[in-house]
Ligand binder design. Sequence first.
Ligand SMILES: [Zn+2]
Length: 173
Amino acid sequence: MESNALSGRLLDTAGQLNMQTARELLLDVYQDLYGPQITLANLNELAGDLSRVVGRSRPWTGKFLHSIIKQYAGFSTNASLTKALTILAARLDGLNEIQAQAQEMKGLLAINELPPGTVILGLARRCAAPGCPVRFVPTHPRQKYHSKACAALDRRQKQQPEARSQKRVEYSN
Ligand SMILES: [Zn+2]
């Protein structure tokens, strides 16, 4: 009983040290992503991300992360969570790098809602339908037209042999 209590105390000390490091890392990662205000919704999202990073079958919860931040007794971090936090922190460094390269653009129009700081990696191209002035960032590499209507219009124009032969006649005159 005596020796158990002693080894328990030693484990607690080591555990507390690890917990302190993981807690600081957790707070760093959280604040990088969401700013200073801690909400359960953000913690839930972060818990999901961390779980995916290390491929956990039973994902961590936002409440679990909250308990670590609040340093509730009985909640300790483990090597797996520290690993996930370390990986995510490295990814955030990569994010900061790309945000430093990116520049703010005025006059962008978005079909879907883009959260502040969204980095658009694609190149803008002009819609391939003759006369259509729309420039867009395609949703897939081979997208030529900004809309189905433009694609249909262009296809119809290319499928009109009369129009082409008329043109030929005009040119030959
Ligand atoms: Zn178009």
